[in-house]
Design a protein. Sequence first.
Length: 321
Amino acid sequence: MSPLLSIERLSVAIGGVTLLDDISLSLDRGQILGLVGESGSGKSLTALTVTGLLPLIGGRIASGRILFDGTDLASLGPAGLRKLRGGRIGFVMQNPMTALDPVQRIGEQIDVVSRLHLGLSGEAARARTLDLMGQLRIPEAAAVAEAYPHQLSGGMKQRIVIAMALAGEPDLIVADEPTTALDVTVQAQIIQILTGLVRERGLALLLITHDMGVVAQACDRVAVLYAGRVAEERAVDPLFERPAHPYAAALIGCIPREGMAEGSLKGIAGSVPPATQFPPGCRFHPRCPHAVDICRTERPLLRETPDGGLVACHLAERIAG
């Protein structure tokens, strides 16, 4: 059976600059795929492309395709994309503070999704809204539905954004940094809610984050992006136990662990280069402690790991070994 979402050799450009380069990923129902990497790696751009919002930032698909349940999203016009987005594809935006309309009541913002995509009447839509709010552990849902966004906490706003993503009965949820700016306790609650929904309803979740700890807690597979390319894509346990790409290893090394000695937490020297200054060869080589001459001149192609994953590194066997 074909995957629900299949991104095939996707390249995305803005103007004459290619920001995503030959990305391939797949995701099926009941599965959580984590998309990780530092800022500038291309995570949010991938989310905008999957949800059909790329034109809003002047972007275009330069090559490749995105298949959703067998349909090439690039072949759909604006009306077709609007029907999918909010309906079969739910989008949890990065910042709940700006994702909500400040002058519209909370309940109305959730109601409109099920009215548009499910054809519910006003009364039925409100009943569905209150039911979703209850499932998301929002206390006094009826009172919260009458509130305005500024009257709610950040964690409560995030739950509302998730309710909006669920209101159209989606098959796929794209969650772009859904725990950003939330405290640790609320982060854990939001991740628990999302993972529970995937398992209970058989949804597919593309979870975009820079937090490897969240990935370890929630995901089945993880794709590590660096400078617009996939560096490694594997099941979570093998990747955390023995990462094959030095960038994946460096990200895992940034996770704080219980009992760590003070000052032992590692960082990654340097930063992701801007898209106009991507280096030749492996794009991570200027920051990589293992880089050799071939890394500086030849692009490493994705190849299969023994456990069925993929890695793009000339030295993968040495790193993982």
